[in-house]
Design a binder for this molecule. Structure first.
Ligand code: BMP
Length: 286
């Protein structure tokens, strides 16, 4: 199993959380404030670094380093939703270079395999040659864990976009099964998928599935920041309830605007955590 997958599964049980908050906001300091506010309720914090104004590129005191420190304090993983999709040579530069130097601070990234399997090999090479500043850093200062020591694995992980939530997308069944085949080829780097359901079908498969397009039903939500499950936003995003996604077998639900735009994001994240965790506990165990 990928070391970050076993770490994440342990975090899920420890924090009683299957929640990833997606920071779909446009200012770097506000993104960091959101990470602190929702930190206790989540196991993954998803970013879109390229939508942020005010990104500080300083490798030691900048935005990425601050986010990584918040992640260590509250015990969650950082997932940069970069959706790499270019040729291998270019994605290596996009992953390790530029203003964001994503590999330095994001434990997890994702990629489309539309350009073929070498995108995965290229990202893996870049991850393997990363300096690994966080190598086995002791993050045991985290709250309720008592004497439990949390060793963050030094490896980076990748999710493949095997299915998408947007109406009319072109990721058909054949494409999805090709993603699974590529993931099996690169098990030491690929942790799992962005998908609408679990995709494990062989005994040795232990891929994580994270699923966006998640919204509380109106009777459970007092906030009008949310979209009604079964409906779409104005641009084709389709929603399902957290309960349904977890009962389907998804490991982690991803919530963006439902939490970011709520009047109290911290309370809202806690509400989503509770609903998703309850469904997880109700789900028959394998
Ligand atoms: P929201 O909960 O506000 O709809 O946000 C969903 C988030 O998940 C966005 O950041 C989007 O980029 C991401 N996402 C998605 O919605 N569908 C996909 O198929 C893949 C994604 O990464």
């Amino acid at each position: 199993m990928h070391p970050l997958t076993s770490y994440l599964r342990r975090l899920i049980r420890h924090k009683r959380s299957n929640l990833c908050v997606s920071a779909d906001i446009t200012n770097a300091d506000e993104m960091l404030a959101l990470a602190r506010a929702v930190g206790p309720s989540i196991v993954v914090f998803k970013t879109h670094a390229d939508i942020l104004s005010g990104w500080d590129p300083d490798p030691v005191h900048g935005t990425g380093a601050k986010l990584a420190a918040i992640a260590r304090k509250y015990l969650f993983l950082v997932f940069e939703d970069r959706k790499f999709a270019d040729i291998g040579f270019t994605v290596q530069l996009q992953y390790a270079g530029g203003v964001h130097r994503i590999v330095d601070w994001a434990h997890i990234v994702n990629a489309h395999v539309i350009s073929g399997p070498d995108v995965v090999r290229a990202l893996q090479e870049a991850a393997d040659s990363w300096g690994g500043e966080e190598i086995n850093e002791d993050v045991g200062d985290a709250q309720e864990s008592g004497s439990d020591t949390w060793k963050l694995p030094s490896k980076r992980g990748l999710l493949l976009l095997a299915q998408m939530t947007s109406a009319g997308n072109f990721l058909n069944e054949e494409y999805t099964s090709n993603c699974v085949a590529i993931a099996r080829q690169y098990r030491e780097f690929v942790m799992g998928f962005i998908a609408l359901k679990p995709l494990n079908s062989q005994p040795e498969d232990d891929f994580i599935v994270m699923t966006p397009g998640c919204s509380l039903p109106p009777e459970e939500s007092l906030d009008d920041s949310e979209f009604v499950p079964g409906s779409e936003d104005a641009l084709g995003q389709q929603y399902v309830t957290p309960k349904e996604l977890i009962l389907r077998g998804c490991d982690i639900v991803i919530v963006g605007r439902g939490i970011c735009n709520a009047t109290d994001p911290s309370a809202k994240a806690e509400q989503y955590r509770g609903v998703a965790w309850q469904a997880y506990e109700e789900r028959p165990k394998l």
